[in-house]
Design a protein around this ligand. Structure first.
Ligand SMILES: Cc1ncc(COP(=O)(O)O)c(C=O)c1O
Length: 468
């Protein structure tokens, strides 16, 4: 179907991918394979320069929530660019900024009355942390400096947010450099340590959080930052609901700010506007969003705060930090148009309904597929964990490059899969299935049928290799 060869080995010996250019040296030459050169996209589909068709099975890195080629959004962007292209948020206000922040606050509901806009997830997370730090400093709590996060986890690509991310493969990078967070075990659900049930392990990770807070000294902790549904770092782990209730209780008891990283899982992907809305009794203090909010049309992040904290800081000093492109008019107009499409197409409801349908279809596929160990996730944010043996949950040998192999077989069968090894494969190998929220039942069926042949090809190669 496409230009991608069957074997990585064959391709690694070739000198250059299909398209050359200055950016190519930034990829590892160890397992380089040609990435398709995408020329055109519409809905859940993409086409490369040779006319090969793909389903965008993960909305890029879980970004393109409203689907590709949306002319309503494109026109809104163009109209805004023609009317008023830029006004710096520190020196001027503008309607698109006011309208978008009010709309996000309204959709988020009580507790999230103030919204700071930024140009993506890492920036939005940094705004959360900088805000909390400034607030602590000016309210006489300067000793609050520790951030606690989970292992594994991912919170961004800037040096600070990378330092907050839970990925042991970064240990050398951070050794003697930069600042890292304090880590506690993530509430994983599939690979539980020996002797643990889901219930006992949830208790264990909760206890680890409380012990960490006590060991650091509660009044030295700034925040606990957690993904309510995991992204690539955990392969869409959905912790038991009880986990968040207990986390909330601990954070309140020790007066520690609870931050939900909803950069990937928020904006309706999980079947509610915020993932936090799944846990009304355990709402966080701050929510960080991005990705689907701009849906790939413009880089947009948002940090949601309670009014009292923001207003108090405003009385004292105001929040002192910004980036040049924060809340720029074209991005804000894009965000408004994206949310218009959410409403017009009932995308949050569709994520809930199609999420259930797609998950069931993948679970049916898993029944007959010996290398699918786990299917997990919420709404249209799903992950498939690959194993060599379902019963023992044994991982596929790293040398087989399972995440790369599945990605390549996906390309050969008309699927663009977000499949990348995280934490050196320590926690397992998975890839995401997170198509645009516009997907319908027939498109889900088509996606799963392409997944079926992708896994058939993957298995053939795995069985033919001595690297199981
Ligand atoms: C959970 C999570 N947090 C933070 C980020 C960083 O967002 P960005 O890449 O927009 O800076 C990501 C991006 O993948 C993410 O998935």
């Amino acid at each position: 179907m496409s230009m991608i060869p069957d074997s990585i080995e064959a391709e690694t010996t070739k000198a250059a991918p299909a398209i050359g250019g200055a950016q190519d040296v930034f990829y590892s030459t160890g397992n380089i394979v040609p990435l398709p050169v995408i020329d055109r996209a519409e809905g859940i589909y993409m086409w490369d320069e040779d006319g090969n068709e793909y389903i965008d099975a993960s909305s890029g890195p879980v970004v393109s929530n409203i689907g590709h080629g949306n002319h309503y959004v494109a026109n809104a962007m163009a109209e805004q660019a023609k009317r008023m292209d830029f006004a710096y948020s520190r020196v001027a206000r503008h309607r698109p900024n006011i309208a978008l922040t009010e709309r996000i606050a309204r959709l988020a509901g009580p507790g999230f009355e103030r919204v700071a806009l930024s140009s993506g997830g890492s920036e939005a997370m940094e705004i959360a942390i900088k805000f909390l730090r400034q607030y602590a400093v000016v309210t006489g709590a300067k000793q609050r400096r520790h951030i606690i996060t989970c292992l594994p986890s991912y919170h961004g690509g800037t040096i600070a947010t990378l330092g907050m991310s839970g990925d042991e493969s970064l240990d050398d990078f951070f050794d003697g450099f930069g600042m890292t967070s304090q880590k506690v075990p993530a509430p994983v659900t599939y690979r539980l340590p020996d002797g643990h049930t889901l219930e006992s392990y949830t208790g264990f990770v909760i206890e680890a959080l409380e012990n960490k807070i006590k060991a650091l000294g509660a009044d030295s902790v700034l925040a606990f930052v957690v993904e309510p549904v995991g992204g690539l770092a955990t392969g869409c782990v959905v912790p038991p609901a009880d986990y968040f209730r207990r986390v909330r209780e601990i954070c309140s008891r020790y007066d520690i700010c609870l931050v939900f990283d909803e950069i990937l899982c928020g904006t309706g992907r999980g079947g509610k506007f915020l993932s936090a809305h799944h846990y009304p009794d355990a709402l966080p203090d701050i929510v960080v969003m991005a990705k689907g909010l701009g849906s790939g049309y413009a880089p947009l992040g948002a940090t949601l705060f309670p009014a009292d904290k923001v207003d108090r800081l405003a009385e004292l000093t105001g929040f002192n930090y910004s980036h040049t492109y924060n809340a720029n008019p074209i991005t804000c107009a894009t965000g408004m148009a994206v949310l218009d499409e959410y409403e017009r197409l009932s995308l949050v409801e569709n994520a809930a309904n199609m999420g259930l349908y797609l998950k069931q279809a993948i679970q049916d596929l898993a029944e007959a597929c010996p290398v699918i160990g786990d299917v997990r996730g919420q709404g249209l944010l799903l992950a498939i964990e690959m194993v060599a043996d379902k019963h023992s949950k044994q991982k596929i040998a790293a040398e087989f490059l399972p995440t790369e192999k599945i990605r390549i077989h996906g390309l050969n069968n008309g699927l663009i899969l977000y499949s990348r090894r995280t934490a050196g494969g320590k926690y397992g190998d998975w890839f995401l299935v997170a198509p645009p929220l516009t997907i319908n039942q027939a498109e889900c069926d088509e996606l799963v049928s392409r997944l079926r042949v992708t896994f058939n090809d993957f298995l053939l190669e795995l069985n033919g290799s001595d690297r199981r």
